[in-house]
Design a binder for this molecule. Structure first.
Ligand code: NBP
Length: 478
Protein backbone atom coordinates (compact mmCIF):
# COMPACT_ATOMS: atom_id res chain seq x y z
CA UNK A 1 0.00 0.00 0.00
CA UNK A 2 1.60 3.21 -1.15
CA UNK A 3 -1.11 5.89 -1.17
CA UNK A 4 -2.21 7.93 1.86
CA UNK A 5 -5.40 9.16 0.22
CA UNK A 6 -7.72 7.98 -2.54
CA UNK A 7 -10.28 9.62 -4.81
CA UNK A 8 -13.28 7.78 -6.27
CA UNK A 9 -15.05 9.54 -9.15
CA UNK A 10 -12.88 11.36 -11.61
CA UNK A 11 -15.21 13.68 -13.50
CA UNK A 12 -14.22 17.34 -13.37
CA UNK A 13 -14.47 17.81 -9.58
CA UNK A 14 -12.81 14.53 -8.62
CA UNK A 15 -10.01 14.90 -11.17
CA UNK A 16 -9.21 18.41 -9.99
CA UNK A 17 -9.33 17.44 -6.34
CA UNK A 18 -7.04 14.46 -7.02
CA UNK A 19 -4.55 16.74 -8.81
CA UNK A 20 -4.72 19.25 -5.95
CA UNK A 21 -4.03 16.45 -3.42
CA UNK A 22 -1.16 15.06 -5.49
CA UNK A 23 0.47 18.48 -5.75
CA UNK A 24 0.88 18.75 -1.97
CA UNK A 25 4.04 17.57 -0.24
CA UNK A 26 3.71 14.14 1.33
CA UNK A 27 0.59 12.97 -0.51
CA UNK A 28 0.40 9.93 -2.76
CA UNK A 29 -3.02 9.65 -4.35
CA UNK A 30 -4.80 6.47 -5.46
CA UNK A 31 -7.50 7.04 -8.07
CA UNK A 32 -10.52 4.99 -9.11
CA UNK A 33 -13.43 5.62 -11.45
CA UNK A 34 -16.28 3.32 -12.48
CA UNK A 35 -15.27 3.56 -16.13
CA UNK A 36 -11.50 3.01 -16.24
CA UNK A 37 -10.92 5.36 -19.21
CA UNK A 38 -11.26 8.37 -16.92
CA UNK A 39 -8.68 6.89 -14.54
CA UNK A 40 -6.20 6.17 -17.30
CA UNK A 41 -6.76 9.47 -19.08
CA UNK A 42 -6.19 11.44 -15.89
CA UNK A 43 -2.98 9.57 -15.07
CA UNK A 44 -1.72 9.94 -18.65
CA UNK A 45 -2.50 13.67 -18.78
CA UNK A 46 -0.78 14.32 -15.45
CA UNK A 47 2.28 12.12 -15.04
CA UNK A 48 3.71 14.71 -12.62
CA UNK A 49 0.95 13.78 -10.14
CA UNK A 50 2.32 10.26 -9.66
CA UNK A 51 -1.18 8.80 -9.32
CA UNK A 52 -1.62 5.17 -8.25
CA UNK A 53 -4.21 3.99 -10.79
CA UNK A 54 -6.62 1.21 -9.88
CA UNK A 55 -9.24 -0.66 -11.88
CA UNK A 56 -11.20 -2.46 -9.16
CA UNK A 57 -12.41 -1.38 -5.75
CA UNK A 58 -10.30 -4.15 -4.19
CA UNK A 59 -7.19 -2.87 -5.94
CA UNK A 60 -8.10 0.64 -4.77
CA UNK A 61 -8.43 -0.53 -1.14
CA UNK A 62 -5.17 -2.50 -1.34
CA UNK A 63 -3.31 0.57 -2.57
CA UNK A 64 -4.23 2.63 0.52
CA UNK A 65 -2.34 2.86 3.82
CA UNK A 66 -4.37 2.37 7.02
CA UNK A 67 -6.52 3.89 8.19
CA UNK A 68 -7.62 4.03 4.57
CA UNK A 69 -9.03 7.40 3.55
CA UNK A 70 -11.08 7.83 0.38
CA UNK A 71 -12.88 10.89 -0.95
CA UNK A 72 -15.93 10.17 -3.10
CA UNK A 73 -16.66 12.72 -5.86
CA UNK A 74 -19.49 11.14 -7.82
CA UNK A 75 -22.93 12.34 -8.81
CA UNK A 76 -24.94 13.13 -5.66
CA UNK A 77 -27.73 10.67 -4.85
CA UNK A 78 -27.86 7.02 -5.92
CA UNK A 79 -24.31 6.98 -7.27
CA UNK A 80 -23.02 8.04 -3.87
CA UNK A 81 -24.95 5.25 -2.13
CA UNK A 82 -23.64 2.70 -4.64
CA UNK A 83 -20.03 3.76 -4.15
CA UNK A 84 -20.37 3.79 -0.35
CA UNK A 85 -21.67 0.20 -0.47
CA UNK A 86 -18.77 -0.89 -2.65
CA UNK A 87 -16.22 0.79 -0.38
CA UNK A 88 -17.77 -0.78 2.71
CA UNK A 89 -17.20 -4.20 1.12
CA UNK A 90 -13.46 -3.68 0.74
CA UNK A 91 -12.63 -1.29 3.61
CA UNK A 92 -12.05 -2.35 7.22
CA UNK A 93 -13.05 -0.96 10.62
CA UNK A 94 -11.37 2.38 11.33
CA UNK A 95 -11.14 3.33 7.64
CA UNK A 96 -12.60 6.67 6.56
CA UNK A 97 -15.05 7.33 3.72
CA UNK A 98 -15.49 10.99 2.78
CA UNK A 99 -18.35 12.15 0.57
CA UNK A 100 -17.27 15.41 -1.06
CA UNK A 101 -20.35 15.64 -3.31
CA UNK A 102 -23.29 17.98 -2.87
CA UNK A 103 -25.34 15.66 -0.67
CA UNK A 104 -28.47 16.69 1.19
CA UNK A 105 -27.60 16.70 4.91
CA UNK A 106 -30.45 14.26 5.70
CA UNK A 107 -28.82 11.72 3.40
CA UNK A 108 -25.49 12.32 5.11
CA UNK A 109 -27.03 11.69 8.55
CA UNK A 110 -28.49 8.42 7.25
CA UNK A 111 -25.27 7.34 5.54
CA UNK A 112 -23.12 8.18 8.55
CA UNK A 113 -25.26 5.97 10.76
CA UNK A 114 -25.20 3.07 8.30
CA UNK A 115 -21.44 3.27 7.75
CA UNK A 116 -20.76 3.64 11.50
CA UNK A 117 -22.74 0.46 12.13
CA UNK A 118 -20.24 -1.31 9.88
CA UNK A 119 -17.36 -0.02 12.01
CA UNK A 120 -16.14 2.54 9.50
CA UNK A 121 -16.05 6.33 9.68
CA UNK A 122 -18.16 8.44 7.33
CA UNK A 123 -17.53 12.11 6.75
CA UNK A 124 -19.90 14.25 4.68
CA UNK A 125 -17.82 17.18 3.52
CA UNK A 126 -19.23 20.22 1.75
CA UNK A 127 -16.75 21.41 -0.86
CA UNK A 128 -17.25 24.85 -2.36
CA UNK A 129 -15.48 26.69 -5.12
CA UNK A 130 -16.40 24.71 -8.22
CA UNK A 131 -13.79 23.24 -10.56
CA UNK A 132 -11.24 25.91 -9.97
CA UNK A 133 -11.56 25.65 -6.19
CA UNK A 134 -11.15 21.88 -6.35
CA UNK A 135 -7.88 22.34 -8.25
CA UNK A 136 -6.36 25.32 -6.49
CA UNK A 137 -7.95 25.32 -3.05
CA UNK A 138 -11.61 25.00 -2.07
CA UNK A 139 -13.37 25.92 1.15
CA UNK A 140 -14.08 22.59 2.84
CA UNK A 141 -16.83 21.92 5.39
CA UNK A 142 -16.38 18.42 6.82
CA UNK A 143 -18.81 16.83 9.28
CA UNK A 144 -18.57 13.30 10.65
CA UNK A 145 -16.90 11.95 13.79
CA UNK A 146 -14.30 14.21 15.42
CA UNK A 147 -11.95 11.22 15.64
CA UNK A 148 -11.70 10.87 11.86
CA UNK A 149 -10.65 14.50 11.62
CA UNK A 150 -7.32 13.60 13.23
CA UNK A 151 -6.39 11.65 10.10
CA UNK A 152 -8.38 13.68 7.62
CA UNK A 153 -7.75 17.19 8.96
CA UNK A 154 -4.09 17.54 7.90
CA UNK A 155 -4.86 16.16 4.42
CA UNK A 156 -7.78 18.58 3.91
CA UNK A 157 -5.76 21.46 5.34
CA UNK A 158 -3.05 20.76 2.78
CA UNK A 159 -5.44 21.30 -0.15
CA UNK A 160 -7.82 23.96 1.18
CA UNK A 161 -7.79 27.61 0.18
CA UNK A 162 -5.97 29.92 2.56
CA UNK A 163 -7.51 33.05 4.03
CA UNK A 164 -5.78 36.13 2.61
CA UNK A 165 -5.66 37.81 6.02
CA UNK A 166 -3.77 35.21 8.02
CA UNK A 167 -3.04 32.26 5.73
CA UNK A 168 -5.13 29.80 7.76
CA UNK A 169 -6.61 26.93 5.72
CA UNK A 170 -10.31 27.24 4.96
CA UNK A 171 -11.37 23.98 6.60
CA UNK A 172 -12.59 23.10 10.07
CA UNK A 173 -14.40 20.16 11.64
CA UNK A 174 -17.88 21.68 11.48
CA UNK A 175 -19.72 19.14 13.64
CA UNK A 176 -20.84 15.51 13.61
CA UNK A 177 -22.69 13.55 10.87
CA UNK A 178 -24.58 15.94 8.54
CA UNK A 179 -23.23 19.22 9.96
CA UNK A 180 -20.77 19.81 7.10
CA UNK A 181 -23.33 19.33 4.35
CA UNK A 182 -25.86 21.42 6.30
CA UNK A 183 -23.41 24.32 6.48
CA UNK A 184 -22.57 23.89 2.79
CA UNK A 185 -26.29 24.04 1.99
CA UNK A 186 -26.69 27.30 3.92
CA UNK A 187 -23.57 28.65 2.20
CA UNK A 188 -25.35 28.09 -1.11
CA UNK A 189 -28.53 29.72 0.21
CA UNK A 190 -26.55 32.81 1.21
CA UNK A 191 -24.96 32.74 -2.24
CA UNK A 192 -28.45 32.91 -3.79
CA UNK A 193 -29.32 35.92 -1.60
CA UNK A 194 -26.02 37.67 -2.33
CA UNK A 195 -26.51 37.25 -6.08
CA UNK A 196 -30.13 38.41 -6.00
CA UNK A 197 -29.25 41.51 -3.95
CA UNK A 198 -26.47 42.39 -6.39
CA UNK A 199 -28.95 41.85 -9.23
CA UNK A 200 -31.47 44.21 -7.63
CA UNK A 201 -28.79 46.85 -7.07
CA UNK A 202 -27.80 46.64 -10.74
CA UNK A 203 -31.42 46.83 -11.91
CA UNK A 204 -32.11 49.93 -9.81
CA UNK A 205 -28.92 51.69 -10.90
CA UNK A 206 -29.83 51.02 -14.49
CA UNK A 207 -33.58 51.58 -14.60
CA UNK A 208 -33.91 54.29 -11.97
CA UNK A 209 -30.37 55.68 -11.93
CA UNK A 210 -30.15 55.68 -15.73
CA UNK A 211 -26.63 54.24 -15.78
CA UNK A 212 -25.22 52.02 -18.51
CA UNK A 213 -23.82 48.55 -17.73
CA UNK A 214 -20.23 49.74 -18.21
CA UNK A 215 -20.80 52.59 -15.76
CA UNK A 216 -22.35 50.21 -13.27
CA UNK A 217 -19.34 47.93 -13.72
CA UNK A 218 -17.18 50.86 -12.60
CA UNK A 219 -19.40 51.36 -9.56
CA UNK A 220 -19.10 47.71 -8.58
CA UNK A 221 -15.34 47.78 -9.09
CA UNK A 222 -15.21 50.75 -6.76
CA UNK A 223 -17.49 49.10 -4.21
CA UNK A 224 -15.15 46.12 -4.29
CA UNK A 225 -12.56 48.28 -2.56
CA UNK A 226 -14.81 48.91 0.47
CA UNK A 227 -17.08 47.03 2.89
CA UNK A 228 -18.64 45.07 0.03
CA UNK A 229 -15.33 43.60 -1.17
CA UNK A 230 -16.13 40.06 -2.31
CA UNK A 231 -15.73 37.61 -5.15
CA UNK A 232 -19.34 38.07 -6.29
CA UNK A 233 -19.01 41.87 -6.51
CA UNK A 234 -15.74 41.44 -8.38
CA UNK A 235 -17.17 39.08 -11.01
CA UNK A 236 -20.31 41.22 -11.33
CA UNK A 237 -18.12 44.10 -12.52
CA UNK A 238 -16.47 41.75 -15.04
CA UNK A 239 -19.78 40.48 -16.41
CA UNK A 240 -21.26 44.00 -16.67
CA UNK A 241 -18.20 45.35 -18.45
CA UNK A 242 -18.20 42.57 -21.02
CA UNK A 243 -19.44 43.48 -24.51
CA UNK A 244 -20.92 40.81 -26.76
CA UNK A 245 -18.42 40.46 -29.63
CA UNK A 246 -21.11 39.48 -32.11
CA UNK A 247 -23.54 42.34 -31.61
CA UNK A 248 -21.46 44.90 -29.70
CA UNK A 249 -24.31 45.09 -27.18
CA UNK A 250 -23.64 44.94 -23.45
CA UNK A 251 -23.28 41.21 -22.77
CA UNK A 252 -25.88 41.38 -19.98
CA UNK A 253 -28.49 42.44 -22.57
CA UNK A 254 -27.80 39.37 -24.70
CA UNK A 255 -28.42 36.83 -21.94
CA UNK A 256 -31.94 35.41 -21.59
CA UNK A 257 -33.32 36.72 -18.27
CA UNK A 258 -34.23 33.34 -16.84
CA UNK A 259 -32.11 32.16 -13.91
CA UNK A 260 -31.39 28.46 -13.53
CA UNK A 261 -30.93 26.58 -10.29
CA UNK A 262 -29.83 23.15 -9.19
CA UNK A 263 -31.68 22.86 -5.90
CA UNK A 264 -29.46 23.84 -2.99
CA UNK A 265 -31.26 27.18 -2.54
CA UNK A 266 -34.55 25.33 -2.46
CA UNK A 267 -33.16 22.87 0.13
CA UNK A 268 -32.10 25.81 2.28
CA UNK A 269 -35.56 27.35 2.24
CA UNK A 270 -37.32 24.01 2.75
CA UNK A 271 -35.10 23.28 5.74
CA UNK A 272 -35.63 26.77 7.13
CA UNK A 273 -39.40 26.37 6.79
CA UNK A 274 -39.36 23.06 8.61
CA UNK A 275 -37.34 24.63 11.45
CA UNK A 276 -39.47 27.85 11.36
CA UNK A 277 -36.39 29.99 10.80
CA UNK A 278 -37.17 33.17 8.84
CA UNK A 279 -34.68 33.27 5.96
CA UNK A 280 -36.78 35.71 3.94
CA UNK A 281 -33.85 37.18 1.97
CA UNK A 282 -32.75 33.75 0.80
CA UNK A 283 -36.38 32.79 0.18
CA UNK A 284 -37.01 35.84 -2.02
CA UNK A 285 -33.83 35.04 -3.94
CA UNK A 286 -35.07 31.53 -4.72
CA UNK A 287 -38.55 32.83 -5.59
CA UNK A 288 -37.07 35.52 -7.83
CA UNK A 289 -35.35 32.83 -9.89
CA UNK A 290 -38.69 31.07 -10.03
CA UNK A 291 -40.48 34.22 -11.26
CA UNK A 292 -37.83 34.73 -13.92
CA UNK A 293 -38.59 31.27 -15.28
CA UNK A 294 -42.37 31.80 -15.49
CA UNK A 295 -42.07 32.96 -19.08
CA UNK A 296 -45.68 32.34 -20.11
CA UNK A 297 -47.04 34.15 -17.06
CA UNK A 298 -44.71 37.07 -17.59
CA UNK A 299 -45.87 37.32 -21.20
CA UNK A 300 -49.53 37.05 -20.19
CA UNK A 301 -49.33 39.73 -17.50
CA UNK A 302 -47.11 42.32 -19.17
CA UNK A 303 -49.70 43.55 -21.74
CA UNK A 304 -52.38 43.89 -19.07
CA UNK A 305 -50.41 46.61 -17.29
CA UNK A 306 -51.59 49.79 -18.95
CA UNK A 307 -50.18 52.41 -16.62
CA UNK A 308 -46.55 52.22 -15.67
CA UNK A 309 -45.52 54.21 -12.62
CA UNK A 310 -43.71 57.44 -13.22
CA UNK A 311 -39.98 57.02 -12.86
CA UNK A 312 -38.79 58.91 -9.77
CA UNK A 313 -36.08 61.48 -10.37
CA UNK A 314 -32.91 60.69 -8.45
CA UNK A 315 -29.58 62.49 -8.16
CA UNK A 316 -26.03 61.20 -7.75
CA UNK A 317 -26.66 60.32 -4.10
CA UNK A 318 -28.80 57.44 -5.35
CA UNK A 319 -25.70 55.37 -6.14
CA UNK A 320 -24.46 55.61 -2.57
CA UNK A 321 -27.97 54.89 -1.29
CA UNK A 322 -28.03 51.69 -3.35
CA UNK A 323 -24.61 50.70 -2.05
CA UNK A 324 -25.79 51.14 1.54
CA UNK A 325 -29.05 49.27 0.86
CA UNK A 326 -27.06 46.42 -0.66
CA UNK A 327 -24.71 46.32 2.30
CA UNK A 328 -27.50 46.37 4.91
CA UNK A 329 -29.49 43.71 3.04
CA UNK A 330 -26.38 41.57 2.75
CA UNK A 331 -25.84 41.77 6.51
CA UNK A 332 -29.43 40.54 6.91
CA UNK A 333 -28.84 37.62 4.51
CA UNK A 334 -25.89 36.49 6.60
CA UNK A 335 -27.77 37.10 9.86
CA UNK A 336 -30.54 34.84 8.55
CA UNK A 337 -28.08 32.23 7.25
CA UNK A 338 -26.23 32.02 10.56
CA UNK A 339 -29.54 31.88 12.38
CA UNK A 340 -30.40 28.83 10.27
CA UNK A 341 -27.01 27.21 10.94
CA UNK A 342 -27.38 27.67 14.69
CA UNK A 343 -31.01 26.51 14.67
CA UNK A 344 -29.96 23.42 12.68
CA UNK A 345 -27.18 22.82 15.19
CA UNK A 346 -29.70 22.91 18.02
CA UNK A 347 -32.16 20.66 16.22
CA UNK A 348 -29.60 18.04 15.20
CA UNK A 349 -27.25 18.25 18.18
CA UNK A 350 -24.24 19.73 16.41
CA UNK A 351 -21.66 21.79 18.25
CA UNK A 352 -21.09 24.33 15.45
CA UNK A 353 -18.80 27.28 16.04
CA UNK A 354 -20.28 30.08 13.87
CA UNK A 355 -17.09 32.15 14.01
CA UNK A 356 -15.09 29.21 12.65
CA UNK A 357 -17.63 28.79 9.83
CA UNK A 358 -17.30 32.49 8.91
CA UNK A 359 -13.52 32.05 8.81
CA UNK A 360 -13.51 29.06 6.46
CA UNK A 361 -15.69 31.00 4.00
CA UNK A 362 -13.05 33.73 3.66
CA UNK A 363 -11.40 32.04 0.68
CA UNK A 364 -12.01 29.29 -1.85
CA UNK A 365 -15.80 29.58 -1.95
CA UNK A 366 -18.24 31.67 -3.95
CA UNK A 367 -19.36 33.88 -1.06
CA UNK A 368 -15.82 34.73 0.00
CA UNK A 369 -15.82 38.30 1.25
CA UNK A 370 -13.89 40.65 3.41
CA UNK A 371 -16.74 41.14 5.82
CA UNK A 372 -16.66 37.49 6.94
CA UNK A 373 -13.82 38.61 9.24
CA UNK A 374 -16.30 40.95 10.90
CA UNK A 375 -18.75 38.07 11.38
CA UNK A 376 -16.01 35.94 12.96
CA UNK A 377 -15.15 38.88 15.24
CA UNK A 378 -18.80 39.28 16.25
CA UNK A 379 -19.13 35.63 17.30
CA UNK A 380 -15.71 35.89 18.96
CA UNK A 381 -17.01 38.77 21.09
CA UNK A 382 -20.16 36.89 22.02
CA UNK A 383 -20.50 33.19 21.13
CA UNK A 384 -24.12 33.32 22.36
CA UNK A 385 -25.04 36.17 20.02
CA UNK A 386 -28.80 36.00 19.34
CA UNK A 387 -28.49 37.60 15.92
CA UNK A 388 -25.69 39.10 13.89
CA UNK A 389 -27.54 42.41 13.97
CA UNK A 390 -27.58 42.32 17.78
CA UNK A 391 -23.78 42.64 17.64
CA UNK A 392 -22.75 46.27 18.27
CA UNK A 393 -20.64 46.49 15.12
CA UNK A 394 -23.32 45.17 12.77
CA UNK A 395 -26.08 47.05 14.60
CA UNK A 396 -24.09 50.22 13.95
CA UNK A 397 -23.48 49.37 10.30
CA UNK A 398 -27.16 48.67 9.65
CA UNK A 399 -28.24 51.79 11.57
CA UNK A 400 -25.87 53.88 9.45
CA UNK A 401 -27.48 52.47 6.29
CA UNK A 402 -31.02 52.75 7.61
CA UNK A 403 -32.21 55.94 5.90
CA UNK A 404 -30.63 55.07 2.55
CA UNK A 405 -32.06 51.56 2.69
CA UNK A 406 -35.60 52.91 3.19
CA UNK A 407 -35.19 55.46 0.38
CA UNK A 408 -34.07 52.71 -1.99
CA UNK A 409 -36.90 50.31 -1.12
CA UNK A 410 -39.44 53.14 -1.42
CA UNK A 411 -37.93 54.33 -4.71
CA UNK A 412 -38.05 50.81 -6.11
CA UNK A 413 -41.73 50.57 -5.20
CA UNK A 414 -42.52 53.98 -6.76
CA UNK A 415 -40.60 53.08 -9.89
CA UNK A 416 -42.16 49.65 -10.31
CA UNK A 417 -38.75 48.00 -10.24
CA UNK A 418 -38.88 44.74 -8.29
CA UNK A 419 -36.57 44.59 -5.30
CA UNK A 420 -37.95 41.61 -3.36
CA UNK A 421 -34.79 40.77 -1.45
CA UNK A 422 -34.08 44.39 -0.50
CA UNK A 423 -37.68 44.77 0.67
CA UNK A 424 -37.85 41.46 2.55
CA UNK A 425 -34.57 42.18 4.31
CA UNK A 426 -35.75 45.59 5.44
CA UNK A 427 -39.06 44.15 6.70
CA UNK A 428 -37.20 41.47 8.62
CA UNK A 429 -35.07 44.14 10.25
CA UNK A 430 -38.12 46.23 11.10
CA UNK A 431 -39.87 43.16 12.51
CA UNK A 432 -37.00 42.38 14.87
CA UNK A 433 -36.81 46.05 15.81
CA UNK A 434 -40.52 46.54 16.55
CA UNK A 435 -41.76 46.80 20.14
CA UNK A 436 -45.03 45.12 19.25
CA UNK A 437 -45.90 42.92 16.28
CA UNK A 438 -49.37 42.28 14.82
CA UNK A 439 -48.81 38.67 15.88
CA UNK A 440 -50.97 39.74 18.86
CA UNK A 441 -53.91 40.25 16.51
CA UNK A 442 -53.20 36.94 14.78
CA UNK A 443 -53.37 35.18 18.16
CA UNK A 444 -56.74 36.89 18.73
CA UNK A 445 -58.00 35.64 15.36
CA UNK A 446 -56.72 32.14 16.07
CA UNK A 447 -58.46 32.09 19.40
CA UNK A 448 -61.67 33.38 17.79
CA UNK A 449 -62.01 30.72 15.11
CA UNK A 450 -60.09 27.84 16.61
CA UNK A 451 -59.87 28.32 20.38
CA UNK A 452 -56.10 28.19 19.98
CA UNK A 453 -55.68 30.30 23.16
CA UNK A 454 -53.35 33.24 23.75
CA UNK A 455 -50.96 34.57 26.37
CA UNK A 456 -51.47 37.90 28.15
CA UNK A 457 -48.84 40.60 28.56
CA UNK A 458 -49.86 41.19 32.19
CA UNK A 459 -49.94 37.67 33.66
CA UNK A 460 -48.66 34.15 32.94
CA UNK A 461 -50.79 31.33 31.53
CA UNK A 462 -52.85 30.44 28.45
CA UNK A 463 -56.30 31.99 27.98
CA UNK A 464 -59.41 31.60 25.83
CA UNK A 465 -62.23 34.07 25.33
CA UNK A 466 -65.74 32.72 24.76
CA UNK A 467 -66.20 34.55 21.46
CA UNK A 468 -69.54 33.03 20.54
CA UNK A 469 -70.98 33.50 24.02
CA UNK A 470 -70.63 36.20 26.60
CA UNK A 471 -66.92 36.86 25.88
CA UNK A 472 -65.77 35.92 29.30
CA UNK A 473 -62.17 34.82 29.53
CA UNK A 474 -60.93 31.68 31.21
CA UNK A 475 -57.51 30.32 31.88
CA UNK A 476 -56.99 27.04 30.02
CA UNK A 477 -53.72 25.75 31.41
CA UNK A 478 -54.46 25.72 35.13
P1 NBP B 1 -20.84 14.44 -11.82
O1 NBP B 1 -21.77 14.90 -10.79
O2 NBP B 1 -21.08 14.75 -13.24
O3 NBP B 1 -20.68 12.83 -11.68
C1 NBP B 1 -19.88 12.09 -12.57
C2 NBP B 1 -19.12 11.03 -11.81
O4 NBP B 1 -20.00 10.16 -11.11
C3 NBP B 1 -18.30 10.14 -12.76
O5 NBP B 1 -17.08 9.83 -12.13
C4 NBP B 1 -19.20 8.92 -12.88
O6 NBP B 1 -18.52 7.76 -13.26
C5 NBP B 1 -19.69 8.81 -11.48
N1 NBP B 1 -20.82 7.90 -11.31
C6 NBP B 1 -22.11 8.01 -11.72
BR1 NBP B 1 -22.77 9.40 -12.68
N2 NBP B 1 -22.88 6.98 -11.36
C7 NBP B 1 -22.05 6.15 -10.72
C8 NBP B 1 -22.24 4.90 -10.10
N3 NBP B 1 -23.45 4.33 -10.06
N4 NBP B 1 -21.18 4.30 -9.55
C9 NBP B 1 -19.97 4.88 -9.57
N5 NBP B 1 -19.72 6.08 -10.12
C10 NBP B 1 -20.75 6.72 -10.69
O7 NBP B 1 -19.34 14.92 -11.45
P2 NBP B 1 -18.82 16.35 -10.97
O8 NBP B 1 -19.46 17.48 -11.70
O9 NBP B 1 -17.34 16.21 -10.97
O10 NBP B 1 -19.32 16.45 -9.46
C11 NBP B 1 -18.97 15.49 -8.48
C12 NBP B 1 -19.67 15.83 -7.17
O11 NBP B 1 -19.20 17.11 -6.72
C13 NBP B 1 -21.18 15.97 -7.28
O12 NBP B 1 -21.79 15.48 -6.11
C14 NBP B 1 -21.41 17.45 -7.38
O13 NBP B 1 -22.68 17.83 -6.91
C15 NBP B 1 -20.32 17.96 -6.47
N6 NBP B 1 -19.90 19.33 -6.70
C16 NBP B 1 -19.79 19.83 -7.94
C17 NBP B 1 -19.38 21.15 -8.14
C18 NBP B 1 -19.23 21.68 -9.51
O14 NBP B 1 -18.95 22.88 -9.64
N7 NBP B 1 -19.36 20.87 -10.56
C19 NBP B 1 -19.08 21.94 -7.06
C20 NBP B 1 -19.17 21.42 -5.79
C21 NBP B 1 -19.58 20.11 -5.62
P3 NBP B 1 -18.39 7.36 -14.84
O15 NBP B 1 -17.23 8.14 -15.34
O16 NBP B 1 -18.11 5.91 -14.79
O17 NBP B 1 -19.67 7.72 -15.49
Amino acid sequence: ASANIGVVGLAVMGANLARNLASREGNTVAIYNRSPERTNNLAAAHPEAGFVTTETMQEFADSLQRPRTAIIMVQAGKATDAVIDQLCEVFEPGDIIVDGGNALFDDTIRRERAVRERGLHFVGAGISGGEEGALNGPSIMPGGPAESYETLGPILESIAARAPEDGTPCVTHVGTDGAGHFVKMVHNGIEYADMQLIGEAYDLLRRVGGLEPAQIADMFAEWNRGDLESYLIEITAEVLRHVDPETNAPFVDIIVDRAGMKGTGTWTVQTALSLAVPVSGIGEAVFARGVSGRTAQREAVRPTITSRPEMPVVDESFVEDVRLALYASKVIAYAQGFDLILSGAEEYGWDINPGAVAKIWRAGCIIRARFLNRIADAYGRDPQLQSLIADPYFAGEVAASDAAWRRVVATAAYAGVPAPAFGASLSYYDSLASDRLPAALIQGQRDFFGAHTYGRVDKPGAFHTDWSGDRTERRTDA
